[in-house]
Design a protein around this ligand. Structure first.
Ligand code: C2O
Ligand code: CU
Ligand code: CU
Length: 502
C-alpha cells in the first residue's frame, strides 16, 4: 500500500471507532434515561401523615407548631437515610383549617442553615407568605398568622429559601394544608381522612446506598429525576380500603418530574378538584397530568376484593429529545389500593360540587406577558432586590405565559388562585377550568390566565411567581410582584438578610 493509502485507512478506522464510541455513548445515555417501576410488588403499608393538633388561643386562633429538623428514615431494609422533616424525620403533618379560621403557625428552624416555610396556594398577606424574604435563621423562629379566606382545597407547604428550594424540598421538607368550608363539609364526597380520603404526596427519589442521590442526569435540563417514587415517604406502598369510593388528594411534591397519573387498567376516575378547590362538577378522566406543585383530587370506584394500581404513564414533554431526557418516557407504579371483600356503600357523586371563585377575564384591566426560559423570565434571572411587576389591589389582569425554549416549564403565582382562560388559543379542557395556582406550559405553547389581586396592599414586600421545577426556580426562573393600593408605587425591597429571624 502506498503511504497515502495507509494514512487513509488509519484515519478511516479512527473515524469509525470514534463514531461507534459516540453513537454507543449516546445510545447508552438514551436507554439509561428511561426508567420504569411497572410491575413492582407493593410491600409496605402506606404511611398517612398525622393531622396536626392545633392549640386554640384565647381569640380562637388555631395555633400549629412546626419544627424543621434533621433525622434519619428507613426507606429500605436496614438502611438509614439522612433526611429532613417537619416534627419528624421526613415530610410533615397535615395541617387543617376551615374558611374563616384564624391560624398561626409557630415555625422553629432546628436545621443547621436558614430556610423558610411557604404556604403554597394560600391567599395571605405577603409578609406571611414564607418566600425568600422571610428567612428563618438556624435556631430561629417565625410565627406567621392570617385568616383563612378561600374555598375548600388541598394546599401544601414547603421551604422557599433563595437558590436552595430544590435541595430543601428534596430532603423531605413538605406537607399538606387542607382547607374546609361549609359547602365541603356538607358535600357527599369521601371525607374520612386516612380512610376513604387519602393524602397522596408523590415524590421521586434515587438512592446511592443508604443516601439520597441528589445528582442530576447528564442530559436532563429539568433538574433532579429519580428512578422510583415514594408516596407520603413510603416506597412501594399499598393501602387497604373499605369503601366503594376512595378520594385521592394527589400532590406532585417532586422537584422536577411531571406525572401523568392514571390507573394500570386504564379505569376511569372522576376529577373533583384542582389546585384551588372543588370543580363545579366532576370530570370523568383516565389520565391527569400534574407538574411539580400541582394538585388534583380524584375519586375512584373500587370493586370488592380487587387491587387497583395508580400509575404514572409515559407522556409527551415536548419533542423527542425533551421527552426522553426529562422523564416523559418513564412509567411508575405509584400506589396499590387493596379493596376489602365487602365494601361500605358510598353515595354517588353529587352533581354539583364546588362554586369556584374565579376571576372574570372580562374584567381584566391590563395584560402582561411572561416569556418563560430556563435562563429567566422575560429575559432576566430573578433578583431579590428588584420588583418586576406592580399590581393594583382589587383589579383583575390577564397574564400570558409563553414557553419560549421548549423545555418543560410550569408557572406558579403566589397568593392567588387564577382562571385558565386559554391554552394555545383554545378554551381550556374541562379539567383546567377550576381554580389553579400552578399551570403546566408545554414547550413553545402559551397559556392565558386571569388573575385577581385582592390584597392587602404591601408595596415593600413582594410575592413570587416562578417555574415550579425547583431547579429552574433556584437558577433564577422567578420574578417578584407587589400588590399596591390604587395610585401607590412599589417600595424599596431590601435584600433578605440570609441569617434573619425573629
Ligand atoms: Cu410552591 Cu413559590 O412555591
Ligand atoms: Cu407558592
Ligand atoms: Cu422551568
Amino acid at each position: 500500500m502506498s503511504r497515502l493509502k495507509r494514512v487513509i485507512v488509519v484515519l478511516t478506522a479512527v473515524a469509525v471507532a470514534f463514531a461507534v464510541a459516540v453513537g454507543g455513548g449516546f445510545y447508552w445515555l438514551y436507554s439509561d434515561a428511561r426508567v420504569s417501576t411497572v410491575g413492582t410488588s407493593f410491600g409496605r403499608e402506606l404511611a398517612i401523615p398525622p393531622l396536626a393538633e392545633p392549640t386554640v388561643g384565647r381569640d380562637g386562633t388555631k395555633v400549629f407548631d412546626l419544627t424543621m429538623q434533621a433525622g434519619h428514615k428507613e426507606f429500605g431494609a436496614g438502611q438509614r437515610t439522612p433526611t429532613w422533616g417537619f416534627n419528624g424525620d421526613y415530610l410533615g403533618p397535615t395541617l387543617r383549617a376551615a374558611r374563616g379560621d384564624k391560624v398561626q403557625v409557630r415555625i422553629r428552624n432546628s436545621l443547621g442553615e436558614a430556610s423558610t416555610v411557604h404556604w403554597h396556594g394560600m391567599h395571605l398577606p405577603a409578609a406571611m407568605d414564607g418566600g425568600p424574604h422571610q428567612a428563618v435563621a438556624p435556631g430561629g423562629t417565625w410565627s406567621p398568622h392570617w385568616t383563612v379566606d378561600q374555598p375548600a382545597a388541598s394546599l401544601w407547604y414547603h421551604p422557599h429559601p433563595h437558590g436552595k428550594t430544590e435541595q430543601h424540598v428534596r430532603r423531605g421538607l413538605a406537607g399538606m394544608f387542607l382547607i374546609d368550608d361549609e359547602r365541603s363539609a356538607r358535600l357527599a364526597l369521601p371525607k374520612r381522612y386516612g380512610v376513604d380520603d387519602l393524602p397522596v404526596v408523590v415524590q421521586d427519589v434515587r438512592f446511592d446506598g443508604a443516601q439520597f442521590d441528589h445528582g442530576h442526569k447528564l442530559m436532563s435540563n429539568s433538574g433532579f429525576l429519580g428512578d422510583r417514587t415514594l408516596v407520603n415517604g413510603t416506597p412501594d406502598p399499598y393501602k387497604e380500603v373499605g369503601d366503594e369510593l376512595v378520594r385521592l388528594r394527589l400532590l406532585n411534591a417532586s422537584t422536577a418530574r411531571v406525572y401523568h397519573f392514571g390507573f394500570a387498567d386504564d379505569r376511569r376516575f372522576s376529577l373533583v378538584a384542582s389546585d384551588g378547590g372543588l370543580l363545579e362538577e366532576a370530570v370523568p378522566m383516565d389520565r391527569v397530568r400534574l407538574s411539580p406543585g400541582e394538585r388534583a383530587e380524584i375519586v375512584v370506584r373500587m370493586r370488592p376484593g380487587e387491587r387497583a394500581v395508580l400509575r404514572s404513564h409515559p407522556q409527551s414533554l415536548g419533542d423527542f429529545w425533551q421527552t426522553r431526557f426529562n422523564g416523559g418516557d418513564d412509567a411508575f407504579d405509584v400506589l396499590e389500593l387493596r379493596a376489602a371483600k365487602t365494601l361500605r356503600p358510598s353515595p354517588g357523586l353529587p352533581g354539583r360540587l364546588g362554586e369556584p371563585e374565579l376571576p372574570d377575564a372580562g374584567e381584566s384591566v391590563r395584560t402582561r406577558f411572561f416569556r418563560l426560559q430556563r435562563s429567566g423570565i422575560n429575559g432576566r434571572p430573578m433578583s431579590v432586590e428588584r420588583i418586576d411587576e406592580t399590581v393594583t389591589r382589587g383589579t383583575t389582569e390577564t397574564w400570558v405565559l409563553r414557553n419560549d425554549d421548549g423545555m418543560p416549564h410550569n408557572f406558579h403565582v403566589h397568593d392567588v388562585q387564577f382562571r385558565v382562560v386559554e391554552v394555545d388559543g383554545r378554551q381550556p379542557p374541562p379539567h383546567l377550568r377550576g381554580a389553579k395556582d400552578t399551570v403546566f406550559v408545554p414547550g413553545n405553547r402559551s397559556v392565558r390566565i386571569a388573575v385577581r389581586f385582592t390584597g392587602p396592599a404591601d408595596p415593600d414586600t413582594p410575592y413570587m411567581y416562578h417555574c415550579h421545577l425547583l431547579y429552574h426556580e433556584d437558577e433564577g426562573m422567578m420574578g417578584q410582584f407587589v400588590v399596591v393600593d390604587k395610585g401607590q408605587r412599589a417600595g424599596e425591597v431590601r435584600t433578605p438578610p440570609s441569617h434573619a429571624g425573629h
